[in-house]
Design a protein around this ligand. Structure first.
Ligand code: GLC
Length: 488
């Protein structure tokens, strides 16, 4: 349990300055009680060399032949991820002579962004520590662009290999601020053994079917003695994760995507309201009451323990479902999210790698970015971690499809277009937009407000944040168009 958390705890719980001091000053630290006594030393093993290195860098310049790059990453810090990255860094060092040190980040996108801003020196609190390479979320380019190098002059032909839409998403005012490295897609995980036991041939194709199947399996499993069993787990905490889940509910039901591509606030509509209220009915019935405090790893911990029939999570959760200690190895499948009245809506996430404008080693940092985003790294990642690649032609690699059969489903989702969060149209205001949205949806999930009241307040709040007009009524999900490339 908690594998996604173990290293993330460092920056989740301790402000960066203190964390660095603590790591530098002790080899092991008791985490706060809420961390259930997990020890800190694993993170320290990784961070300590980096801190020492950075401290060293500040005082004496490194000889050119011995460049060590510091990288902060937002990947899932489970064992598989770390092992793979270690292997990749070794290979990169063997090829180039450049060393790489990894600095882990917190789990949630909001906390990560705060830390990245501090590390890049554009947050409210700046630091001496200046990593060279940053893993960045697809929703951050508009926020961080000013502190990142334009990679275009350095990466040349590399750009053409990626989905053009992902490249466009990472381009701000003509500057390519990161290269795509990983595609995340919201998916439905299901238990194959339980589907069979309850006479279902296929996973649910609609939200209605999901509700019925989840309720029936939950009832049966509880009657059979598993009192803690739940039908459906997802992400209901006020967080970027809830923003994604709620966009999927509403966009698949004709409730639109919060703000349309022209900047109009569209969220106050009956279809969005109904979608939130439906999710509120799941809480305490097919989903645990605590789901309103869950982020991705909370849901996947229950899932891996074998305590849920269905889970909404990112494509990256496939690997943890199968990893050591999982109670459901070989007993699960993954498919596209259920359809609502207007179709399915999978939100896409994922990462790119960027170079800090303040990096003392920009050329070497770009070399690392090209390596991590390159064909070989992406193929390896897809095989070992089941991470969907950002290069369309890799989706037809038979070896990769054999190793991670669900990549085929993702290819189909990509082929039909995925839903982008409104981060491009809102730019640096996106963080406030998303926070207001997930807070409003959460107030409905915990029955603090009716859907209608929450939507009306949210509309007013969003208009204040972005300073534009609103539109009433429903609209179709705003999708990215990527069909031509996915099936090549
Ligand atoms: C995943 C996605 C990212 C998203 C985050 C929300 O990490 O890759 O795009 O913002 O989840 O929690």
């Amino acid at each position: 349990m908690g594998s996604w958390h173990s290293l993330n705890l460092l920056f989740d719980r301790v402000p960066i300055k203190e964390a660095i001091m603590l790591v530098a000053g002790s080899d092991t630290l008791r985490l706060p009680a809420s961390a259930a006594g997990l020890r800190f030393h694993k993170a320290a093993l990784i961070v300590l060399p980096l801190v020492l290195l950075l401290a060293g860098c500040a005082s004496k310049p490194q000889p050119a032949a011995k460049v060590t790059l510091a990288l902060v990453d937002r990947g899932l810090f489970d064992k598989e991820f770390r092992d793979l990255r270690d292997q990749q860094y070794k290979e990169f060092t063997a090829q180039t002579g450049i060393e790489v040190k990894l600095l882990p980040g917190p789990e949630s996108a909001v906390e990560q962004l705060k830390l990245w801003q501090k590390l890049l020196g554009n947050g409210p609190e700046t630091l001496q520590v200046q990593p060279d390479v940053f893993g960045i979320d697809v929703i951050w380019p508009g926020i961080l662009a000013g502190d990142l190098l334009d990679l275009k002059p350095y990466v040349g032909q590399d750009i053409a290999a990626h989905f053009p839409e992902l490249v466009a998403n990472l381009t701000v005012d003509g500057r390519l601020v990161a290269l795509p490295s990983r595609l995340d897609v919201g998916l439905l995980y299901y238990r194959t053994d339980l589907l069979r036991r309850y006479g279902y041939n296929d996973p649910p194709r609609t939200w209605d079917e999901l509700e019925t199947m989840a309720a029936r399996i939950q009832k049966g499993e509880r009657a059979a003695g598993n009192k803690d069993f739940w039908g459906f787990v997802w992400q209901g905490a006020i967080s970027e994760a809830l923003t994604c889940d709620a966009i999927e509910w509403q966009a698949s039901n004709g409730g639109g995507n919060i703000i349309d591509p022209t900047g109009k606030v569209t969220v106050n509509n009956e279809h969005a309201i109904r979608a939130w209220e439906r999710a509120a009915r799941w809480v305490g019935s097919i989903s645990p009451s605590g789901v309103t405090t869950y982020k991705e790893s909370d849901a996947s911990n229950i899932w891996r323990a074998g305590e849920a029939a269905f889970m909404r999570n990112w494509s990256g959760a496939y690997a943890v479902s199968n990893s050591e200690g999982s109670a459901i190895q070989g007993k699960h499948g993954v498919t596209l999210l259920p359809r609502g009245r207007t179709g399915a809506a999978e939100v896409f996430g994922g990462d790119g790698y960027a170079v800090s404008r303040r990096s003392a080693h920009p050329k070497e940092a770009v070399a690392l970015v090209r390596y991590l985003c390159g064909r070989r790294s992406q193929t390896l990642q897809a095989k070992v971690l089941s991470t969907p690649p950002t290069m369309p032609d890799l989706y037809n690699d038979p070896e990769l499809l054999r190793a991670s059969p669900h990549i085929r489903e993702i290819r189909d989702a990509v082929g039909h277009g995925l839903v982008a969060r409104p981060s491009t149209v809102t730019g640096e205001k996106y963080t406030s937009v998303s926070a207001a949205f997930s807070t409003a949806v959460h107030s409905v999930l915990v029955h603090e407000k009716t859907g209608a009241a929450a939507a009306a307040e949210l509309e007013r709040r969003l208009m204040q944040i972005i300073g534009t007009r609103s539109a009433s009524g429903s609209q179709e999900p705003s999708r990215t168009a990527r069909p031509p490339h996915a099936d090549r």
